[in-house]
Design a protein around this ligand. Structure first.
Ligand SMILES: [Mg+2]
Length: 308
């Protein structure tokens, strides 16, 4: 089966100027002359955890597997270059599944100029696992890291938060173009993508920077899906709690010097919402000003993979 998949991929995968040698040999060869500094990132996604293949078209699972990696490149303000794809397929229906996964990935790769350089395909008696590794090119301003935030920086957020489980976690748009544009035109001190939850990922950025963070709850852009989820489940979890703690928004949180934040908000350079939701503090920990104007500590919560 692997041979026929390689044959199919050789026909199907688009050519790319970075690829000196693409799929089919023991390894691919890239031409990276113009990228003296690269970022590299990997993510593994599993059927039953990150998506449920019994409920969705496998192309959406393929697209998501690539999109989560692209979101990490966006978080670093790195331009997508090339990637490799490892598939661990269930034995039954493996070829068809692999082809559908790639059909989900290829349009997204083309949209962001990413070369799919190759990969590995195995099969077993377990569920599907997709692991993708991406390389990204760092621009002249350098990579956007988590550890550069300074007290007084404003916290800007793209998009809206909460309730992505209703569908957005599969079909979200990785904020690559937005991150590259903002990092090129403005001075950004730090950034992270919200994969595990707004409050949890913001606390990670603040902690890496040796700072704290204050959120203004009335400014948090709450997604319609967060409201819908709160209504559907009627378990007492509010839309705001969904916005603060749900995983997989894949939006960006940016720490930006105040005068620069003001400039960005006045310029409105993006076609998606960009909202100032708080600021970086010298006092450590995560804090919020609630709707009543009271300052209180906020427990960072979100999705965490558990293991011993
Ligand atoms: Mg990330």
């Amino acid at each position: 089966m692997e041979k026929s998949l390689i044959h199919w991929l050789r026909e199907r995968l688009p050519a790319h100027p970075l690829l000196k040698l693409g799929i089919g040999d023991d390894a691919a060869i890239l031409n990276l002359r113009d990228a003296p500094e690269c970022v590299i990132t990997v993510d593994a996604l599993m059927d039953g955890c990150d998506f449920l293949l019994e409920n969705i078209d496998a192309r959406r699972a393929g697209r998501k597997s690539l999109a989560v990696n692209l979101s990490d490149l966006a978080a670093m303000a790195a331009e997508p270059l090339a990637g490799v794809v490892a598939l661990v397929l269930p034995k039954s229906g493996g070829f068809e599944l692999a082809a559908e996964l790639y059909e989900g990935m290829i349009p997204l790769a083309e949209k962001f100029g990413l070369a799919i350089a190759g990969g590995d395909t195995n099969s077993w008696d377990g569920p599907l696992v997709v692991s993708i590794t991406l390389l990204g090119k760092v621009g002249p301003r350098g990579a956007l890291r988590r550890d550069g935030a300074k007290p007084g920086d404003k916290i800007l957020a793209t998009g809206r938060f909460g309730g992505s489980i209703l569908g957005r976690h599969l079909d979200f748009e990785p904020r690559v173009a937005e991150s590259l544009l903002l990092n090129e035109r403005y001075r950004l001190d730090a950034g992270i993508d919200v994969s595990d939850g707004l409050s949890l990922d913001l606390s990670r950025l603040a902690e890496e920077s040796g700072c704290g963070a204050m959120l203004h709850l009335e400014k948090i852009p709450i997604a319609d899906a967060a409201r819908q989820l709160a209504e559907e489940r009627s378990d007492g979890v509010t839309p705001m709690e969904h916005a603060l703690t749900d995983g997989e928004d894949f939006e960006l949180l940016l720490a930006v010097p105040p005068e620069e934040a003001e400039r960005i908000l006045a310029d409105r350079p993006l076609d998606i919402p960009l909202t100032e939701i708080g600021e970086i503090t010298s006092e450590s920990g995560l804090w919020c000003v609630d709707e009543a104007g009271t300052k209180r500590p906020l427990t960072p919560r979100g999705w965490e993979h558990e293991f011993d």
